[in-house]
Design a protein around this ligand. Structure first.
Ligand code: NAD
Length: 331
């Protein structure tokens, strides 16, 4: 009897988490107007994941754990991604990072090298080049289908319109608003009595989905590229080589990255970045740890939502972030 009451309560909690998380995801992805901090969202998401792990029979297709991205905005042409744009699994502490490394080593039965990168807090983008010419840019959208934001992306000065070699390739990365731009734009908005932006991520995401490219240009966005779809024209053996190739072709990559041989090296680098992150000119919300070898990445594959060969270590929320609820924001 007691057991069935517990079960009922767990089911109720699961339904509540699903509907609340879906609402917060809508506010965040569609309206670019979050009502809770990312840490609060992650905590609820984690609770839902644990409930679903304990009761897999309760998993439904409308659960946020079953989606890669989120709803698409009206007003943009849709672009079907050649390969899904995945999310990342999360680690919130050293033990979870260690468990990830152990799992990778067990599955591949070898010592594995990891590329450790900053997790840029921006908006995932996909850029398509045909014979070296930029032809299309898209958002991640729901992971399978994104929004065509080619014209808006062309306003980003660091986006190469022509590559150094005539390759056909799709590259992926993160568009973001630099911290100094964010501060300056918010100061200006305050002076003119406009509602300030919530954070650089929302200002960038809202910016790239404006209909008027001139308004996008004013947001002075920038980008870092960190992945590509491999083909006969563009092929590499490791994440380290990918960065070299991207740079060679003219793309901007984040130099703050490190190839690590073991968990100690990974954790040392994480701690170093955690110390330095407030001095960086862009926001990062964590560190991404990726298997370096592409053949091993392919061997490990993907879950419905994320690669098995990478994980995002999330920083603990800042005090400033928890003030989110108190103010009215705009995009
Ligand atoms: P995610 O942000 O946890 O991780 C995946 C994304 O990381 C990728 O799509 C990519 O855009 C980005 N990324 C940045 N640097 C990268 C790098 N070097 N390599 C690979 N990827 C990199 O996953 P998500 O599904 O995009 O978003 C979920 C997160 O969004 C949650 O964890 C939460 O923090 C936040 N969120 C917040 C609210 C809210 O209301 N506050 C609501 C929904 C989601």
């Amino acid at each position: 009897m007691v057991q069935s009451k517990d079960l009922e309560q767990s089911k109720e909690r699961l339904e509540q988490l699903k509907s609340e998380l879906n609402l917060h995801a809508y506010n965040y992805y569609v309206l670019d107007k979050p009502n809770i901090t990312d840490a609060e969202y992650d905590q609820m998401y984690n609770e839902l994941e644990n409930l679903e792990k304990a009761h897999p029979e309760w998993i439904t297709s409308d659960s946020p754990t079953q989606r890669i991205g989120d709803q698409l905005l009206e007003g943009f042409t849709k672009v079907e991604h050649a390969e899904a744009m995945y999310s990342l699994g999360n680690a919130f502490n050293e033990e979870e990072v260690g468990a990830f490394i152990q799992r990778v080593q067990n599955q591949t039965e070898q010592e594995v090298e990891f590329m450790v990168e900053c997790k840029i807090d921006g908006l995932a983008i996909a850029l398509t080049y045909e014979n070296g010419t930029f032809v299309r840019g898209a958002t991640r959208g729901d992971g399978t289908v994104g929004e065509d934001i080619t014209t808006n992306l062309r306003t980003i000065r660091s986006l190469p319109l022509k590559l150094k070699e005539p390759v056909s390739v799709e590259v992926r990365g993160e568009a973001y608003m630099p911290k100094d731009v964010f501060k300056q734009l918010n100061d200006e908005r305050e002076e003119t009595g406009e509602v300030p932006f919530a954070n650089p991520r929302n200002a960038a995401a809202g910016g790239l989905r404006q209909i008027d490219p001139k308004a996008v240009s004013k947001r002075r966005l920038n980008m870092f590229l960190y992945s590509a779809l491999y083909n006969d024209d563009f092929d590499v053996e490791s994440q380290a080589e990918l960065f070299e190739q991207l740079q060679f072709l003219g793309f901007r990559t984040n130099p703050l990255r490190k190839l690590c041989k073991n968990q100690t090296e990974v954790m040392d680098f994480i701690h170093q970045i955690e110390e330095e992150r407030h001095d960086l000119p862009y926001e990062i919300d964590g560190i991404v740890i990726k298997v370096n070898d592409v053949a091993l990445q392919q061997q490990l594959g993907y879950t419905v939502k994320a690669p098995r060969w990478a994980i995002a270590y999330k920083f603990k929320a800042d005090i400033a972030e928890t003030k989110l609820n108190e103010v009215e924001w705009t995009v």
